[in-house]
Design a protein around this ligand. Structure first.
Ligand code: NAP
Length: 535
């Protein structure tokens, strides 16, 4: 199904956006507001991106809901009442539908259109985008808002397809409810997804077996309802909230702390750790002692505190020890936030299989075999993670100038400018992609969306057909990423380095300079009026 040619430059639309997640929806809105014609292609059947695909029981935000939603319109903000500080998946999905319908965006979205090819034509400076549903559309600009966590991965265990029961990956959860009542259930993986599923299905299951390779430092989410009084406060304080979030390096309301750990006495530290344990979500990262990530002793001290908490919460001492990480400190990996997770292990229905002691052998028709034997299941939940950052973009058949394949250009890891464009791929942008992530996703992604919207409007208004980052400018950003990655709290065993995928190059996939660096680089481009970017 082709879109009929629109005008004399041979394009069908000015802009194709790929992906109806938090970033793609925003980019579509900005493009339409600027007078561009635009079509958004979405592989799924609905909007919301991760909140459409990850509909597993217990899926929930760990950024405060009102800091995650859009801030570009006060009316939009006022028209939606978040029910919980950290909203669950159904509420988030409803929110994105509310946004799309309120802004009249749905008619510009084509669902069930998974893009599998995007080719640049140098002569016309346009892209031909094709999707699996037969869509073929030529556009001046392509914005691939395909997300960093959109390609699910499974452990490389023989026989996975042989399992005769029900099996789902958390990131590909079906629309229809999955029955857990009275079932023997396995959950594989104890990252943010696995530790949310486990307590959420516990009441229903007959038995629950958790397969854990390495434990994470899980701390309480400390969720709470948003009362009408709090909602009124949020609406009244909208401008201030927006300003604070705009200025925040991480895109959260939590404020960094000046005090370092050993300025406090032992008792003072204990009291502060207790306060942190009771604080909401990412406050435990952002508002912790100022030297938490530069002074190993400060980090170890907090880890000792968390280990005591785990021993306190989990009745069986051997299980408690298995749940305490020994291979990384606080935020050496992306920390999950939990509700009732450790307590779940006190339920006699729950057992923990430590895959370091008993590795996988195979999956059979009836269950999962590890070195210590076969366990039989009715349902297997694969909470085994994603091909982070580059996964979706590398699989989309993107071909730039001279047929250059994006996955080849990125063979040693992504080479980007500001995590949103690459040399050799004119008029192609990927906000919210690799080298972009720096805290609360919608906040840094909106900086990128704004940059792209302004850049394409400038190109159009000044009669330019193509925007491309010069190679040396791109090298400047990549140099910054490589240099500052060394100071990131994340270790090389974190999936932020690609370490969860065998054969994937080890390279840092976030923006270690955060929004301040992003704004610094953007400022230079804007000041130069896109000089050397336009042709
Ligand atoms: P993840 O953090 O990558 O966790 C995957 C889990 O599967 C890990 O426990 C991992 O063990 C295990 N695993 C992977 N391959 C394995 C193998 N071959 N054998 C045995 N175990 C294996 O994935 P996720 O839990 O889906 O979370 C991904 C990200 O999504 C999070 O970090 C977060 O950014 C986001 N997320 C956010 C929320 C939220 O609260 N807002 C909720 C869910 C997800 P190892 O640790 O040993 O590799």
């Amino acid at each position: 199904m082709a879109v009929p040619p629109r005008d004399m430059d041979g394009t069908d639309v000015d802009l194709v956006v790929i992906g109806a997640g938090v970033t793609g929806i925003h980019q579509l809105k900005r493009a339409l507001d600027a007078g561009f014609s635009a079509l958004l292609l979405e592989a799924g059947s609905g909007v919301g991106g991760v909140w459409h695909w990850n509909r597993y029981p217990g899926a929930r935000l760990d950024s405060e809901s009102y800091t995650y939603g859009y801030l570009f319109s006060k009316e939009l903000f006022e028209g939606w009442e978040w029910r919980e500080r950290f909203a669950g998946q159904p509420e988030n999905e409803r929110y994105f539908n509310y946004v799309v319908d309120t802004l009249g965006l749905r008619e510009h979205i084509r669902f069930g259109a998974r893009v599998n090819s995007a080719r640049y034509d140098e002569t016309s400076a346009t892209w031909l985008v094709r999707a699996g549903d037969g869509t073929e559309v030529r556009a001046r600009f392509v914005v691939a808002a395909t997300g960093v966590l959109s390609v699910p991965v499974f452990p490389d265990v023989p026989g996975r397809e042989d399992f005769a029961g029900v099996a789902h990956h958390t990131g590909l959860w079906p629309d229809a409810p999955v029955g857990f009542a009275g079932k023997r259930v396995a959950v594989v993986g104890t990252g943010s997804s696995g530790v949310q599923v486990i307590p959420a299905i516990l009441a229903d299951v007959a038995s629950l077996t958790v397969y854990q390779r390495s434990p994470n430092w899980c701390t309480p989410l400390n969720n709470e309802p948003i009362t009408p009084a709090r909602q009124a406060q949020l609406v009244a304080g909208f401008e201030e909230l927006r300003e604070t979030l705009h200025e925040s390096a991480s895109g959260f309301l939590h404020q960094p702390r000046d005090r370092t750990a050993f300025q406090d006495s032992k008792d003072g530290r204990r009291a502060f750790h207790e306060r942190m344990w009771r604080s909401p979500g990412f406050a435990k990262v952002i508002s912790h002692y100022a030297d938490m990530f530069t002074n190993k002793a400060a980090n170890d001290d907090w880890c000792d505190f968390m280990a005591l908490k785990i021993r306190d919460l989990v009745d069986d001492p051997a299980t408690a020890e298995r749940l305490i990480p020994t291979d990384h400190g606080w935020a050496g990996k992306r920390p999950p936030f939990v509700t009732g997770y450790f307590e779940a292990y006190n339920d006699p229905k729950v057992s923990l299989v430590d895959l370091r002691e008993n590795p996988f052998v195979r999956v059979t028709e009836s269950g999962i075999e590890t070195a210590d034997g076969l366990r039989e299941f009715d349902v297997v939940v694969w909470a085994s993670g994603f091909d982070f950052g580059t996964g979706a973009l590398n699989r989309m058949g993107v071909r730039g100038r001279g047929g250059l394949a994006l996955e080849e250009y990125w063979a040693d890891g992504p080479r980007t400018f500001m995590g949103l464009m690459s040399h050799g791929f004119p008029n192609f942008f990927f906000p919210g992609g690799p080298h972009g992530a720096a805290g609360n996703n919608p906040r840094y992604a909106e900086d990128q969306v704004d940059f792209i919207a302004d850049a394409i409007a400038y190109a159009r208004d000044h009669g330019h057909r193509a925007i491309e980052v010069p190679a040396d400018t791109e090298a400047g950003w990549n140099g910054m990423v490589a240099e500052l990655a060394a100071y990131s709290p994340f270790g090389e065993h974190s999936y932020f380095f690609g370490s969860n995928i065998s054969g994937k190059p080890r390279s840092f996939l976030l923006n270690p300079g955060g929004r301040p660096k992003l704004r610094e680089f953007m400022g230079e481009v804007l000041q130069s009026k896109y000089s050397r970017f336009l042709s």
